[in-house]
Each structure stands twice: as C-alpha cells, then as structure tokens.
Design a protein around this ligand. Structure first.
Ligand code: AMP
Length: 455
C-alpha cells in the first residue's frame, strides 16, 4: 500500500517523500483513513510503530481545510505525558506541514512561560502540550479553546501512570463538546478504558500492533545473575560485547544514578536520565548519547519514554520493569524500522514472577545465556510458558463512509467497557506527578531556559 492510497493531499505526500517514508506502517494504514472521516478514534499503538504520523498527518489535512486561527486560539491540541515526547511530536509535525500554511507550537513546563505566551498570541493551528503547562497558560489567558476542533491524547496510559488524570479532566472541561477526539495508548488497562469512555464518542477502535509483533524483531537474551553482582555483570557484558551505544533501564531514579556512577568509574562514559534531572541535563545527556560521547545512557521507564533514538543497537534491563507491558516498551527502543536490535535482561532469582509475567505476555521463553564468571549462587528457576491472558480483541473498523458521522457530531452510544486492545490489563498504581513531565498549574520549577519552539 502507498501513502497516496490513504487519501492524503499532495502537500503532505510531498513531505512524506522528503522524510523518506516509502510505505505507511500498519497503524498509519488504519489510523489515517479513520481520522480523515472526522470520527473519534481509539488506537492501540506503541512508540516505534509510526503512530505519530498516524495521527499527525490526517490532523494536518483536516486543519488545512479549515478557517484562520484567531488570536490565542488553538484548533488542534495534542497532549503528551513528557516534555521530550511533546518536543519530538512537534518536530515531526513541523516536518510534515512544511508545504501547508499551518502554524504549530510546543509548550511544556520547566522552561520560561513568557516566550510561550508570546508564541500563542497570534494563535496556532496545532499545539503540542504537556498538561500542567497548558493549564498554567490557560489560567493566564494565553490560550483559548473556542476554535478547538481536534483533541489528541498521546500515550494515554503513561499520562495516567504519571498521575495526570486530574489535569486531563480539568482540560476536558475547557474544551468544546463538539470536537474530534483521538486517543492513542500502548495498553488498554481498565483505567485507560474509563478515560477513553469519557473522552470519545462511538470511536473507531484500532489495534494493529500486538505486543509480540514488535518483540519478534528483537534478539532477546536473559542472563541469570545474583542481584548483588548485576552492575559488575553489566560492566563485563559491555566490555565483552564491545557495545558502543547501550540504553540501560533501571526501575528507580536512585538506581539509575548509582549505575551510571559505577560505569563511569569502570571507564565507560555514562549518564543517567530520570525525573529528578533538569530539562537541560536530560537534553545534554541525550545529545551526548546520540553523538557517541557517552556510550551508556541509564534511564528510568518514564524518562526513557519520550526518547526518539531510532535503530538503537542494544537495550539492557538491569532489573525487570514493574509490568510486563513496560518490558515491551523498553525493548521496543531497539530493532526499530526493521533494524536488528538486541535486548538483554539481567535477572536475579527474586524476579522470577516478573519474568513469568513477561514471557506470558510476549508468548515466548527468553533464551538464557551464561555469563562466564557471573554464574549465580542463587539460581533462577526454569520457567514454563503459560497460556496468554484472555483478552477481547476490538472489532476491526469497517470501511467508513466519509459522511457516516459528520465531524463534531456527538452520539450517545459509548464504547463497550473492554472494547480496546487490552494486552496487559494489570492495573498499575497511580503515582503523583513526579516532576519528570512538567511544570504544573501552580507553577513551580521555573527555570530560565530557551523557549519552546514555535513555527
Ligand atoms: P513513532 O512511533 O511515531 O515514534 O515513530 C517511530 C519512527 O518511525 C520515527 O523516527 C518516524 O520518523 C519513523 N516513521 C514513521 N512512519 C514511518 C514510515 N511510514 N516509514 C518509515 N519510517 C517511519
């Protein structure tokens, strides 16, 4: 299938060509025509599937046909959980809209608010925002939603994990009821479905990337190792394999700092990124990692979420994540766009249950490798593959007639409670916002830093 078959206009087809995309990814094949109909959409899609273009391209096309945006107004609002993801989404939008007369901007916390207010003054067609800063701007009358046509919630599951539910509810109250709502999420746990029900009306439901399709492209290895020797084993592994660029996951911020410090003292240039690091520190660590001046980036799950590094060769789980779905997110950082990637997990005996959950979700036993000199004193028990958890698959959308539900028409029939793609419905604990995402409504963490970009 080609992009031109999806009903996209010439200016967008031109940008797609310039980006070097030859054919649409599965989520793009489904989401683009669905969003172009004007109906609400609920989509299961992980990072790395091309989901951003999946919503950005049709949103831009719908906006291109519309009226001029008035002062301080916004016609499409894209909410993301982290600053990094917000910046990355807006960068993509800017590239896709090169040949359209549309204006985009990104706003997030942790940087000065005044330049963002200035950018919004003349109105923007597409605003990418993290929730806390958006509320700050609204309170200061810098942004208005009278002309809002489209709302996109990107990585909705992460937003809930990060405790943004109250901010999201406050934002929803400010938006016109007549709008198109699009919700993208990697998982459809019950809390995400509940949010989806309150936001969307009779949505088209898409689930085109079951977790194990991504996983199949990645070479996975498991090394059983004692908990106390994990960092030493990691150092040994990096040196033995001569890895030049490794993303290491740690479950905790404190752990991430400790690992990075130990790697540094072993002669491996490293940095840690997590929610307690300033925006500046995170950006410079990421830059150093991309340009090769540091070899190892140690990240927590939330901090890593918004990182756009394509074709990362190796990901290491120094400890297994809290949920099996997070394992898929983590290893999804590698092996992107068809490139071969490796994912190594250092697993100690106490993590047996997490390992079983992961293997059950991905429906495969992770191959085990012995690391010479690091054979565990506490052996990791052998695992057996358990049958997948029963899930209800969402219905595939039927071909939608363009006029089947005119834009903005709200209907009463709500989605069924578990109609989304629930690949791992284990509810995760809600956390308070930990500062890794935004400045927030009451406006803390105000640093003097470059303004968010406006175009
Ligand atoms: P995303 O899942 O939106 O984070 O996209 C993952 C990566 O895939 C980004 O670097 C995109 O630029 C790239 N990408 C998106 N769509 C395509 C496509 N159709 N062909 C090739 N690469 C793509």
């Amino acid at each position: 299938m080609s992009f031109s078959q999806l009903g996209l206009c010439d200016p967008l087809l031109k940008s797609i060509k310039e980006k070097g995309y030859s054919s649409p990814s599965p989520i793009q094949q489904e989401a683009i025509p669905a969003i172009l109909t004007g109906r609400d959409v609920l989509a299961a899609a992980q990072t790395g599937t091309g989901k951003t273009a999946g919503f950005a391209l049709p949103v831009l096309q719908r906006l291109a046909a519309g009226p001029k945006t008035n002062a301080n107004n916004v016609r499409a609002l894209i909410l993301t959980p982290t600053r990094e993801l917000a910046a990355q989404v807006e960068t993509n939008i800017r590239e896709y809209k090169t040949h359209l007369r549309l204006k985009s901007a990104v706003v997030f916390g942790g940087v000065g608010i005044n330049p963002q207010m200035k950018i919004l003054r003349s109105g923007v067609d597409v605003l990418v925002a993290t929730p806390g800063r958006l509320l700050d701007l609204y309170q200061q009358n810098a942004v208005k939603f009278n002309q809002l046509e489209i709302l996109v919630l990107d990585e909705a599951d992460r937003m809930l994990d990060m405790g943004f539910i109250h901010d999201i509810k406050r934002i929803l109250k400010l938006l016109p009821a007549q709008r198109q709502s699009l919700l993208f999420s990697a998982t459809f746990a019950p809390n995400v479905m509940e949010l989806a029900e309150s936001i969307t009306n009779n949505p088209i439901k898409l689930a085109v990337t079951p977790a194990n399709t991504t996983v199949e492209k990645i070479e996975q290895q498991l090394v059983a190792v004692d908990k106390s020797r994990k960092i030493a084993a990691l150092i040994g592994l990096i040196k033995q394999q001569q890895w030049q660029q490794v993303l290491v996951f740690s479950r905790t911020k404190h752990g991430a700092n400790r690992i990075a410090a130990k790697l540094e003292s072993a002669g491996l240039p490293s940095a840690a990124i997590h929610g307690n690091k300033s925006q500046g520190a995170r950006t410079s660590a990421l830059k150093a990692f991309k340009d090769g001046s540091i070899k190892v980036l140690v990240a927590t799950d939330i901090a890593a979420r918004g990182i756009d590094i394509s074709e990362l060769p190796v990901v290491v789980n120094l400890d297994l994540p809290n949920t099996a779905a997070d394992y898929v997110h983590r290893i999804g950082r590698t092996g992107r766009a068809g490139a071969a990637g490796q994912a190594w997990s250092l697993v100690s005996a106490d993590e047996l249950e997490s390992l079983q959950d992961i293997e059950r979700l991905i429906q495969q036993l992770i191959p085990r490798t012995v690391l010479a000199g690091f054979e565990p004193n506490q052996p990791l028990a052998e695992t057996k593959l358990q049958p997948p958890k029963k899930i209800k698959k969402p219905k595939k959308p039927k071909a939608q007639a363009a006029d089947s539900a005119p834009q903005g028409q709200r209907k009463d029939n709500k989605p069924k409670a578990n109609a989304g793609a629930n690949r791992n419905s284990k509810p995760r604990p809600q956390r308070r916002r930990n500062g890794s995402g935004n400045g927030n409504a009451s406006g803390r963490s105000r640093q003097k830093a470059p303004a968010a970009a406006g175009v």
